[in-house]
Design a protein around this ligand. Structure first.
Ligand SMILES: Cc1cc2nc3c(=O)[nH]c(=O)nc-3n(C[C@H](O)[C@H](O)[C@H](O)COP(=O)(O)O)c2cc1C
Length: 406
């Protein structure tokens, strides 16, 4: 049983997805976890303490000012006598309280008083999730070291609306919990990694932009694999529709210049893996208004300017990480272009892949890469992107250790 004896404090807040928490309790217990539930008063509008208590086989903690509960374990012990706190679902309201250090009910007080790792599974209407206030709170919590799983894109239970905001499925949350407890080797513990992922969007005007087909799947998988090996990972992500990987800090950006700034401010690091498909060019002067089509007028010319070369900047930086890894998405002369990129950019490794449409690599789940380094070229077989990530993370761990030993 993967979670045998693990003590999980499960905080359920007041969203419609609270019904999924009942299944989450079952799944955690099936794997041997001991689940102690806390419910906000909002949560009790959606599921009953009776159901939560029956499924968890535990007392359910509801009230900060309960004399019996306070004499029994007390809120400070609840906050500390566990191996992990899981907040599922996490409402916009509870995230706002957490980000601002509020402690006006049992759940928020525990979250402020704890010194345990916290995994948050947000669930809310897509507009609430997209609201700048929630984005700010999400970023603050990420910077505070709070781990996130989801939310996912899809149909909303209550409103018939679709978008990003659905709570991750209980089994996905269980997988994130398991990976936090994974007892495997952690050769990257104490190492810092920066990973970039996804495309960049370069605005033409406030409504139009230049983009590319990168999905972020490979970069996100690498961030997750490095985190599983114990690294402290900062993932700088362009606009993607896939969920954040568990256990990494995510900084969201849109343009190449923002990505460069976020990467540089995350230095120093032991390793940088630059996977993002950064646009080579941006529009020289993006219009501040929507460019209008006028009858009889020729289309407006698009004047492009060169974007910063993030890989090259990091590869030649005074704070250059011990290992710098880049990706080369090519449609022809993959090996030659990859090798010249290795030299120009000051990288230790280039993972070159053929992204011609027929390969299905861009946006797909599989990848076939050629590892280019000073030692030569190594053709990796066709693998799924998670397997490429695992292999690269193991290689990075081995190489950092080799360099340290001199
Ligand atoms: C039918 C219904 C569904 C709701 N679903 C959500 C939700 O999914 N996510 C969310 O953040 N808030 C949702 N809310 C609003 C929260 O219940 C409300 O913000 C509440 O104050 C949250 O309290 P809590 O965070 O202490 O549990 C919903 C409200 C109603 C009436």
């Amino acid at each position: 049983m993967t979670l045998s004896g693990k003590r999980i404090l499960l905080i359920i807040s007041g969203g419609i997805a609270a019904y999924k928490s009942l299944d989450l309790i079952r799944r955690l217990r099936e794997r041997g976890a001991i689940v102690r539930p806390v419910m906000t008063s909002g949560a009790q509008q959606f599921v009953t303490p009776l159901a939560v208590g029956a499924l968890s086989a535990s007392h359910v903690y509801l009230d900060l000012f309960s004399r019996e509960d306070e004499q029994d374990v007390g809120h400070i012990r609840l906050a500390r006598e566990c191996d992990l706190i899981v907040v599922a679902p996490a409402t916009a309201d509870l995230m706002a309280k957490m980000a601002n250090g509020h402690a006006d009910d049992l759940a928020s007080t525990i979250l402020l008083a704890t010194d345990r790792p916290v995994l948050v599974a947000p669930a809310m209407n897509p507009r609430m999730w997209a609201h700048p206030a929630t984005r700010r709170n999400r970023a603050t919590l990420g910077a505070d070291g709070i781990r996130f799983i989801g939310p996912e894109a899809g149909e909303m239970a209550e409103s018939g609306e679709a978008g990003e905001g659905r709570m991750s499925e209980p089994l996905a949350i269980v997988a994130a919990v398991e990976s936090l407890f994974a007892g495997g080797p952690r050769p990257l513990a104490g190492r810092k990694a920066i990973v970039t992922s996804g495309p960049t969007h370069e605005p033409i005007d406030p409504v139009r932009y230049i983009a590319n087909r990168s999905s972020g799947k490979q970069g996100h998988a690498i961030a997750a694999a490095l985190a599983r090996l114990g690294a402290d990972v900062t993932l700088v992500s362009g606009p993607v529709t896939i969920p954040d990987p568990a256990g990494v800090k995510v900084i969201r950006v849109e343009r190449a210049e923002e990505m460069r700034d976020a990467v540089l401010s995350a230095l120093p690091a032991d390793v940088a893996v630059m996977v993002a498909a950064v646009a080579d060019w941006r529009v020289a002067s993006a219009a501040g208004y929507k460019i209008k089509k006028k009858p009889g007028e020729a289309p407006p010319p698009l004047q492009l300017a060169e974007n910063p070369d993030i890989l090259k900047t990091v590869g030649h930086h005074a704070d250059r990480p011990t290992l710098v890894v880049g990706f080369a998405a090519e449609t022809e002369n993959v090996a030659d272009n990859g090798r010249s990129k290795l030299e120009r950019k000051g990288a230790d490794y280039i993972l070159a892949n053929d992204v011609s449409p027929a390969t299905g690599i861009m946006g797909g789940d599989r990848n076939r890469v050629k590892l280019i380094s000073a030692a030569g070229n190594d053709d990796w077989p066709d693998m799924d992107k998670d397997a490429v990530a695992e292999k690269l993370a193991a290689l990075i761990a081995a190489e950092l250790e080799r360099k340290e030993r001199g």
